[in-house]
Design a protein around this ligand. Structure first.
Ligand code: IPE
Ligand code: IPE
Ligand code: MG
Length: 246
């Protein structure tokens, strides 16, 4: 049973996996699966907004995905532009702010320009944050944060003795990104695949056997209901939590 009084998760992150297998099972090229996956992105963004999710972070392309065949990468790299062409007006109208994380400098110039344009044109929106992880790796993000911190230390702007988790987190790709509450992975695998390693420290994880192109609003709602049934203890005992509950 879902608990209607529980709030929606503030930050939902999704590993959108299973496009290739979805296509292969239908005798289609893997790239057809990626195209079908864009429809699932549209549906999910809309559902997240309507369900009151504050942040939605979508794993669109990992640092490791650069090792895939060039033909597949080329199709994947054409999708952000296509998506923003169609979806940007609605994002602007619905007050969605688009952001991106990852080594964006590795993206082809056209893709980077499309992403930067979407980020810029929604920069003043203060509704749901929609974050695309592109050319993204969690370890790389942590290393980049460490590099920025070292530079600040060397420049005398930060005392290494003052470093704590809050300061460290503020040097990640998006300083204001909150911890992930709910991590969803479609495609029947149960692994993290280098996604948001810092931010998922206490995320509830829901793995779904549904391939990403088949992911519907009802699957999203059922993942949220599963999240709402869980007791998030953050290291405390259940009794401590119940004693502190209002
Ligand atoms: C996820 O689907 C999309 C990306 C990784 C870019 P996959 O392409 O990994 O699909 P499967 O896992 O091979 O089915
Ligand atoms: C994770 O899926 C990356 C994205 C969904 C973009 P992968 O298909 O690349 O992950 P692995 O290789 O199965 O771990
Ligand atoms: Mg996969």
């Amino acid at each position: 049973m879902s608990c209607d009084t529980s709030p929606a998760p503030r930050h939902v992150a999704i590993v959108m996996d299973g496009n290739g297998r979805w296509a292969e099972r239908r005798g289609l090229a893997r790239t057809q699966g990626h195209r079908a996956g864009v429809e699932a992105v549209r549906r999910t963004v809309r559902a997240a907004r309507e369900l009151g999710v504050g942040w939605l972070t979508l794993y669109a392309f990992s640092s490791e995905n650069w090792k895939r065949p060039k033909r597949e990468i080329d199709v994947l790299m054409s999708l952000p532009e296509e998506f923003f062409d169609r979806e940007l007006p609605e994002a602007i109208e619905k007050n969605v702010r688009i952001l991106a994380i990852g080594r964006l400098s590795r993206l082809p110039a056209r893709v980077r320009a499309a992403v930067e344009d979407a980020v810029q044109r929604t920069a003043h929106n203060d509704g749901m944050r929609l974050v695309f992880a592109l050319s993204y790796g969690g370890r790389a993000e942590i290393v980049d944060a460490a590099r920025r911190l070292l530079q600040n230390c060397n420049a005398g702007q930060l005392d290494s003795a003052a470093l704590d988790e809050k300061i460290f987190a503020a040097h990640l790709d998006l300083a204001e990104m909150p911890d992930v509450d709910l991590l969803i992975r479609t495609g029947a695998e149960q692994r993290v695949s280098n996604f948001l390693l810092w931010q998922i420290a206490y995320a509830e994880i829901v793995c779904s056997g549904v391939m990403w192109p088949d992911f519907q609003r009802r699957h999203f709602e059922s993942a949220i209901a599963e999240y709402q049934r869980r007791e998030r203890r953050f290291g405390l005992t259940g009794a401590q939590l119940r004693a502190a509950a209002p």
